[in-house]
Write a protein that binds this ligand. Structure first.
Ligand SMILES: [Zn+2]
Length: 235
């Protein structure tokens, strides 16, 4: 979704719109277009915006011309920057604030669907992770690393950036702070830029590893206790 303002080239935008529109002036032509609500997410942020030609996009948002039927896969910033019409459920023209909300919620929906699909493929022995994640649709750092591990082991394709990390509790924040560089790199795609700031490269990597291991073992013990409790309740 990244766009660098300096690279915008309005001539390219105008040509791309006019070449696929019925009207012959840019202002009229733009009215033929609207956002379709179709979002495609990619593994790597290497996609090109078909409106301005900018590169490095991780998501595409489809816009369509209702007169010519032509479509363009573009960046979210371009929808906002060039005022491509976005309509609400009742056909009302959304203002820029609502456009922003709508685009974010569409991306969120695609990501959640991706996560649900990946977790549904987990084998029975790690199905527990599916329940844990789906309960809140975000989990603490070490738990998410465990989930990534289970998905990797089962060779289930997944985009880490679609998962969410829960950092509200003290324990969760301690988990993040305890991560070694390797652990942090593995978790990083799922963290927001704000969340990433809670981690600093450990001064003493061995101590960080020990701390991480301690928290990891504590988590395993909690899991074991909970599993035993469930078994007791059933019998
Ligand atoms: Zn663009």
């Amino acid at each position: 979704m990244s766009h660098d303002d300096s690279e915008f080239d309005f001539d390219v935008v105008r040509t791309n719109i006019l070449n696929r529109s019925f009207a012959t002036t840019y202002g009229e032509a733009l009215k033929e277009w609207s956002y379709t609500g179709i979002v495609t997410e990619y593994e790597e942020p290497n996609e090109v915006c078909q409106l301005c030609g900018n590169t490095g996009l991780g998501s595409h948002f489809r816009i369509e011309n209702i007169v010519t039927g032509r479509c363009l896969e573009i960046g979210s910033k371009c929808i906002q920057k060039y005022d491509v019409p976005v309509y609400g459920p009742d056909g009302q023209h959304l203002d820029s604030q609502d456009v922003q909300k709508r685009l974010l919620s569409d991306v969120d929906e695609v990501r959640r669907a991706h996560v649900r699909e990946a977790l549904a493929k987990l084998p029975e022995r790690s199905a527990f992770f599916r329940d844990v994640y789906e309960l809140k649709e975000a989990v603490p750092p070490l738990r998410l690393l465990q989930i990534f591990d289970a998905l990797d082991k089962a060779k289930i394709p997944h985009r880490k950036s679609c998962f969410k990390v829960e950092l509200r509790t003290k324990v969760a924040r301690a988990e993040l702070e305890s991560l070694t560089e390797r652990g942090f790199r593995s978790l990083s795609p799922a963290l927001t830029s704000e969340q990433r700031r809670h981690w600093t490269r450990p001064q003493n990597p061995d101590a960080a590893k020990r701390e991480s291991m301690k928290l990891w073992q504590a988590m395993q013990r909690r899991d074991k206790r909970k599993a035993e409790e469930r078994l007791r309740q059933r019998s």
